[in-house]
Design a protein around this ligand. Structure first.
Ligand SMILES: [Zn+2]
Length: 233
């Protein structure tokens, strides 16, 4: 049997590359602001690469694809950084990630010890692209043949922008990006714990809970209260 099909009536199904879906997920994990990417870099630096699962490595690969897709400069005043290496789905190899991890730690060590950091000179391209586009903007481009070079360039850019806000938490030692220059602790939790400890030390109390104040049991009532509070936000 022959059936005539009106092609115009057929639903147009757009082919979506599964790698695009995974890259979108990577964006959702990291965030859209330049500082979210600085935080991502700090997180990578503090990963124990030996403990990453195959799934973690796969996620990380897509985060590198997202990094080169990320339109820096759309928000904030960070110049747009264009990494030209391989195809749009090109990712660094595991050896290159290990090298990047080592470099990041070297840079962080220098920052925390207030030592001079030297990055090799890189070929930088500044262009207005594409000039015929009304919304075209200046961006800083970097053409690299190797991911190592591209990552080193991106790290040099971002660390130079955020260096003042990179702090090591005096309580848990985590390296974090502070919201303000004078913020020392990584979280409110660490800040509170440190304040409590200082208070106890000053009052001569032994570490641990002071007498007469038993540990509160987490009751259902308490949990409900928490939910209510969250809703009100
Ligand atoms: Zn902390």
């Amino acid at each position: 049997m022959i059936t005539a099909i009106d092609i115009a009536q057929q639903p147009k199904e757009k082919f979506i590359d599964p790698r695009e879906v995974e890259t979108d997920k990577a964006f959702q994990r990291i965030g859209n602001l330049p500082e979210d990417w600085m935080r991502w870099m700090l997180r990578i630096a503090q990963y124990d690469l030996n403990k990453l699962s195959e799934g973690d490595w796969s996620n990380l690969s897509y985060e590198f694809i997202a990094l080169r897709w990320f339109p820096h400069g759309r928000k904030g005043n960070i110049p747009r950084i264009v990494i030209m290496v391989g195809g749009i789905f090109s990712t660094p190899t595991r050896t290159q990630v290990i090298k990047f991890h080592k470099d990041l730690n070297l840079v962080l060590d220098c920052i925390l010890k207030k030592k001079i950091i030297l990055f090799e000179p890189k070929l930088i391209r500044i262009e207005f692209d594409p000039p015929e586009n009304k919304r075209a903007q200046w961006h800083i481009g970097f053409r690299a043949d190797k991911w190592e070079d591209a990552l080193e360039y991106v790290a040099a850019q971002w660390f130079s922008i955020y260096i003042d806000k990179i702090k090591q938490c005096p309580r848990c030692n985590k390296i974090h990006l502070a919201d303000r220059k004078n913020q020392e602790y990584c979280s409110r939790r660490c800040q509170t714990q440190a304040a409590t400890q200082t208070y106890r030390e000053r009052k001569g109390l032994i570490s641990g809970r002071p007498r007469g104040r038993p540990r509160k049991e987490v009751s259902l009532k308490g949990k409900k209260k928490g939910v209510k509070h969250a809703k009100r936000k």
